[in-house]
Design a protein around this ligand. Structure first.
Ligand code: SF4
Length: 479
C-alpha cells in the first residue's frame, strides 16, 4: 500500500503539476489520470451539493468533470459518497447560515468521508471554517476549482487543503474544460469570472475576485465541442458579461463574442447572464436584434427604483436611464422579455424610495423578478452603515413587491394562451411529460415522448399559470 501512495505522491507532487502547467500554457485539456493512478489510487464516489447561482452550478459541473477525469465517480446520494463537497454561496446571510447548519448535520454523517467546502463561503470565511469545523478536510475558493482533484487526493492521504485567493491575472485560462454536464441539450459556458464594480452591498468582488475574461477562441472552441455533442442551447455566464473582454491583451466586446457563439453551426439558442445596466450598450441591442439565435430575454438587475438608493448602492445608473435601456432593447427586439433582481430594505431606504421601486416594476412589466430582504455582508461598504430598516418592514415591503409583480407575471403568462411558441425540450418533467423553455424563458410542459428531448418544436399553449405554460406539440411546422 505504501508503494501505491509513494507512486501517487510522486505523480501528484512532481510529474502532474509540470504536465498541467505545460497543458495550461498551450491551452489544451487538463490531462486524465495516468494508468498507474487509475489502477492503484483509490478512486472514490463524489457527491456535490450546490447552493446559489448558475455560476456555482456550473462550477460544480466543472469540479465533477475534473474529478471524473481522475477516475472518481459522481453519485446522487450523499450517503453513497466517500467525498462530499458543498459548493457554497455567500451572497446573502441566510445562504451562508445554511452552509454552517449543513456542516453541523454532516459532522454526524462524516465518518471516514472527505468533506470539502468550496465556493464563496470558503473564500469569505477562509481559515475560520477550519477553526470552527476542524473535521473539514478541504477549503477551496472559486479561484481554485481546477485544483479540486489534488485537494481530494491530499485529503485521502490525511492532509488538509486551504486553497484561497486569486492569482491576479486578467485572463482566465481554462482551455476547453471537461465538465459533467447535467443537461445534454442546454449547457453553461463561463466566459468570465469576478467583478470590478464593488456595489456597496455585494460580497462577490471579495469572494470571486477581480474581473478575468476567458480568451474568445477558448469559449468558441468549447461551444463548438458542445454543439458536436448535441447541445442546442448555450448560456454564457459571468458576473457582469457586458464588460467581458476588456482586460484581454486584445480587447473584444461582449457583443462580438455573442455574435461569434451564435454563428456556430448546431447551436440554436444563445442566452447570457448577468448584465449590468451601466454597461449595456447599443451594440448589445444591435447584436440581440441581429440574430434569431440570441434569445429575446434579458435579465437586467435593477436592485431599486430610487435614484437615492441606487447611488448609495454604487450602481452608477438612474431609474430613468434604466427605463431608457428597456425601451432601447424593446425597440431593437419588440417582444423581448425582462427579469430583474431587487433588494428591499437597503440601509436608509424610505417608504418613498420603496414606492419608486414599485413604480419601476409597473413601468417595465417584467416576466418575473427575484427579490430579497437586504442582509449585511461583512466586509462590504454598506456593512459599515446602520442596517436601519426594521426586519418586519423589510418583510412587509417584500410581500408588497411580490403583490405588485405577481399579477404582472400572471397577465404575461395568460397572454400566451392559444399562442404558438417554439420550445426547446431539454428535460423530462415526469413520466410522459416533457419540459422546455420558450425563447422568452417561460417554462412549457407537454405530454410527449422522450425521443423528442433535444428538439425545438412548435407548441400551442392551452393552459397557463403564473410560472408554467401547458400545451400540445403541433405536428405541422409553419415558417
Ligand atoms: S455588479 Fe455589483 S452586484 Fe453584481 S457581482 Fe458585481 S458587485 Fe456584485
Amino acid at each position: 500500500m505504501s508503494l501505491i501512495f509513494n507512486l501517487c505522491s510522486i505523480w501528484e507532487s512532481l510529474i502532474r503539476p509540470k504536465l498541467v502547467k505545460s497543458q495550461k500554457k498551450n491551452g489544451s485539456l487538463v490531462l486524465d489520470a495516468p494508468w498507474f493512478q487509475i489502477i492503484f489510487c483509490a478512486r472514490m464516489r463524489v457527491f456535490v451539493k450546490t447552493y446559489g447561482c448558475q455560476m456555482n452550478f456550473h462550477d460544480s459541473e466543472l469540479m465533477l468533470g475534473i474529478l471524473a477525469a481522475q477516475g472518481h465517480t459522481p453519485v446522487e446520494d450523499e450517503r453513497d459518497a466517500e467525498v462530499i463537497l458543498l459548493n457554497t454561496c455567500a451572497v446573502r446571510e441566510k445562504a451562508e447560515q445554511k452552509v454552517y447548519s449543513e456542516l453541523g448535520r454532516l459532522r454526524r454523517l462524516k465518518g471516514d468521508r472527505i468533506l470539502g467546502i468550496c465556493g464563496c463561503v470558503a473564500e469569505k470565511e477562509k481559515h475560520r471554517i477550519l477553526e470552527r469545523m476542524p473535521f473539514v478536510d478541504v477549503v477551496l475558493g472559486p479561484g481554485h476549482i481546477e485544483e479540486i482533484g489534488e485537494a481530494v487526493d491530499r485529503a485521502s492521504q490525511g492532509q488538509k487543503s486551504l486553497l484561497l485567493g486569486f492569482n491576479g491575472t486578467k485572463v482566465l485560462q481554462r482551455g476547453v474544460p471537461r465538465a459533467v454536464r447535467s443537461n445534454p441539450y442546454s449547457a453553461f459556458i463561463t466566459i468570465m469570472e469576478g467583478c470590478n464594480n464593488f456595489c456597496t452591498y455585494c460580497i462577490v468582488p471579495y469572494t470571486r475576485g477581480k474581473e478575468r475574461s476567458r480568451p474568445p477562441d477558448e469559449i468558441v472552441a468549447e461551444a463548438e465541442e458542445l454543439a458536436k455533442r448535441g447541445v442546442k442551447e448555450i448560456t454564457l455566464l459571468g458576473q457582469n458579461v457586458n464588460s467581458y473582454g476588456m482586460g484581454l491583451p486584445e480587447p473584444i466586446s461582449f457583443s462580438t463574442l455573442l455574435k461569434r457563439v451564435s454563428g456556430i453551426e448546431g447551436i440554436e439558442r444563445v442566452r447570457f447572464v448577468t448584465s449590468h445596466p451601466k454597461d449595456c450598450s447599443e451594440e448589445l441591442m444591435e447584436a440581440m436584434a441581429s440574430s434569431p439565435k440570441i434569445m429575446p430575454y434579458l435579465h437586467l438587475p435593477a436592485q431599486s427604483g430610487s435614484d437615492r438608493v441606487l447611488e448609495r448602492m454604487g450602481r452608477r445608473y438612474t431609474a430613468a436611464h434604466y427605463l431608457e435601456l428597456i425601451d432601447g432593447f424593446r425597440r431593437a427586439v419588440p417582444h423581448m422579455a425582462f427579469s430583474s433582481d431587487f433588494i428591499v430594505g437597503f440601509p436608509g431606504e424610505t417608504q418613498e424610495d420603496f414606492e419608486a421601486t414599485l413604480e419601476l416594476i409597473k413601468k417595465v412589466g417584467y416576466h418575473g423578478v427575484f427579490a430579497f430582504r437586504y442582509s449585511v455582508r461583512e466586509g462590504t461598504e454598506a456593512a459599515k452603515w446602520e442596517d436601519d430598516v426594521p426586519k418586519e418592514v423589510k418583510s412587509e415591503r417584500l410581500t408588497e413587491l411580490f403583490a405588485t409583480q405577481d399579477p404582472i407575471t400572471e397577465r404575461i403568462s395568460e397572454s400566451y394562451l392559444n399562442q404558438r411558441v417554439e420550445v426547446l425540450f431539454d428535460r423530462l418533467h415526469s413520466e410522459g411529460v416533457l419540459e422546455g423553455r420558450t425563447p422568452t424563458n417561460k417554462i412549457v410542459r407537454v405530454k410527449g415522448d422522450e425521443e423528442k428531448l433535444g428538439e425545438i418544436l412548435p407548441v400551442k399553449i392551452k393552459k397557463t399559470s403564473m410560472y408554467i405554460l401547458e400545451g400540445e406539440i403541433e405536428t405541422e411546422v409553419s415558417h
